[in-house]
Write a protein that binds this ligand. Structure first.
Ligand code: FUL
Ligand code: CA
Length: 510
């Protein structure tokens, strides 16, 4: 008989000890023996990462202005003005979803002060409009349609209120925060709260009809309002000129800077303050504060029928996409509902073509299956292997030894492939590490540079002329620490579409 004691014959205490040892051994073999690089500079919070990863979402500008043909309402509009004839939240959200948007931010209240939800703090809202006999709630319908169709929902609540009698006085801040409280507690998960920098001036102000100036720096006591957002919706990003979670990009054309760093020196900035540095960000920066590009699909933010023929073309929308998402910012594209309360056919048509070209472009990653040869891999460890660049997962990345800050990497495609878009992503939890890079193609037996760039961050899309090559080389040319890159892809825009582009939309070189 075998006298070796089996596991089950051991005394319980010894058995527990054996279990612990076995578990410890198992975790040692699965975890990497090589440690990850230390983060560099400011890093994103969970809420910032969630919104940055969405990349593309939309704005809905809708209020009395839609019916009075103004961009800034005066504040004294009667509630009866707001009366959409065929409001359809499902159509609005379905159009946004089909365009590829991952969320929608609604102007719950614009500068004119009219509320798209039946706020208990004012009579100036949908509850006194003929629409749905005063029983309607645009915020409720859009938020529910978003959640039903899998989009996130956010709110815009204008700090400047040309209707309210107390605007400019301390009492108004209680009113403003009371409204915010309603919006952040009655409509489910909120991904972003949008604070506008346009402030003060003439207005109706409860019938006073006068000019009220405020100090954008001190009047709103933003810290207190931000605390309310944190308390009620901890995962919501706060947008303003100065963040604290997302910064304005400094223009309303959808154009991020080049570079566009995700970091900024944020001390002393405030909503409505200086726009210096917002377009390109600042490096190394005191805060992680990525840019959001807000831009309208039309010349105005609100719907005006004469602008039906001025809807941005699919080519222009793509140009905006590559200059915003493709430079590491998020894109917040405004779609103004028309007087029916639907996204107009002209906008729908432009979005459809825009989306079909993006889908055709990104349907096939030409780098898939390529052989990848890195100049260095951190500790020679598989966990940090360059293969991680090709797996379409943001949370796996290639990194190098600490002292290798400007590595190279070759992508051997096996046979000639034709592409005109190169996609790169950094692994953001370790901060923005790369300051400059270059791309070479293998041509006539030697490397020839075809593109170079600066910031990568969440996403860098290098778009240019078609290139046909069997091999590609990525060189990190400047970085204060070892890089951490999570994705590298190659794509081709449909040739028939590119052939239709006017010369200025086709950059001659990257
Ligand atoms: C600006 C506002 O004044 C515009 O009307 C619009 O809402 C835009 C998004 O922000 O500051
Ligand atoms: Ca990856």
């Amino acid at each position: 008989m075998n006298s070796t004691p089996s596991f089950h014959n051991l005394r319980p205490a010894v058995r527990r000890l054996a279990c612990c040892l076995l578990l410890a051994a198992a975790s040692i073999t699965t975890a990497s023996p090589v440690t990850a690089p230390a983060p560099y500079g400011p890093v994103p919070s969970a809420r910032q990462l969630r919104t940055q990863e969405m990349e593309f979402y939309g704005f809905l500008h809708f209020t009395v202005n839609t019916f009075t043909d103004r961009e800034w309402g005066l504040g004294g509009e009667p509630e009866s003005v707001f009366n959409p004839t065929a409001f359809d939240a499902n159509q609005i959200v379905a159009v946004a979803k089909a365009a590829g948007m991952k969320g929608l931010i609604l102007t719950a209240k614009h500068h004119d002060g009219f509320c798209l939800w039946p706020s208990k703090h004012t009579a100036h809202s949908v509850k006194n409009s003929p629409w749905k006999d005063g029983k309607g709630d645009v915020v409720g319908e859009i938020s529910r349609a978003c959640h039903r169709q899998g989009l996130k929902f956010g709110v815009y609540l204008s700090p400047w209120d040309r209707n309210h009698k107390d605007y400019g006085r301390p009492e108004y801040l209680n009113y403003y925060r009371g409204q915010l409280q309603e919006l952040l507690t009655q409509y489910g998960d909120i991904f972003e709260v949008w604070f506008d920098g346009a402030n003060g001036g003439s207005g109706y102000y409860g019938g006073a009809n006068e000019k009220r100036e405020i100090s954008g720096k001190t009047y709103y006591d933003w810290d207190k309002t931000h605390q309310l957002v944190r308390q009620l919706q901890p995962m919501a990003c706060v947008f303003s000129d100065a963040g604290p979670d997302l910064r304005w990009v400094g223009n309303e054309r959808g154009m991020a800077g080049d570079p566009c760093w995700a970091t900024l020196n944020n001390d002393g900035r405030y909503a409505g303050g200086s726009a210096a540095g917002l377009n390109s960000g600042e490096r190394p920066g005191t805060h992680w504060l990525p840019a959001e590009c807000d831009v309208s699909i039309r010349p105005g933010w609100f719907y005006h029928s004469p602008e039906d023929l001025k809807v941005r073309t699919p080519a222009k929308l793509l140009d905006i996409y590559y200059h915003s998402v493709g430079r590491g910012a998020t894109l917040n594209l405004n779609l103004p509902p028309d007087r029916r309360g639907r996204i107009n056919e002209h906008d729908v048509a432009a979005l459809r073509v825009f989306r079909s070209i993006l889908d055709a472009t990104f349907a096939k990653d030409l780098a898939r299956g390529a052989k990848i040869i890195p100049g260095n891999t951190r500790g020679g460890d598989n966990h940090f292997s360059a293969e991680n660049l090709l797996d379409h997962k943001r949370d796996t990345y290639w990194t190098t030894d600490d002292n290798v800050t400007t590595p190279e990497l070759v992508l051997d495609l096996g046979k000639p492939k034709t592409f005109n878009v190169v996609s790169l992503r950094e692994y953001l939890p370790l901060g923005q590490r790369i300051e400059a890079f270059a791309l070479d193609q293998w041509q006539n037996g030697q490397w020839t540079e075809f593109a170079k760039g600066t910031s990568i961050g969440n996403h860098r899309l290098v778009r240019g002329d078609y290139i046909t090559t069997t091999k590609l080389r990525l060189r990190i040319t400047q970085a204060p620490v070892c890089p951490a890159l999570s994705e590298f892809g190659l794509y081709a825009e449909p040739a028939d579409f590119r052939a239709t582009l006017p010369a200025e939309s086709k950059p001659a070189s990257h």
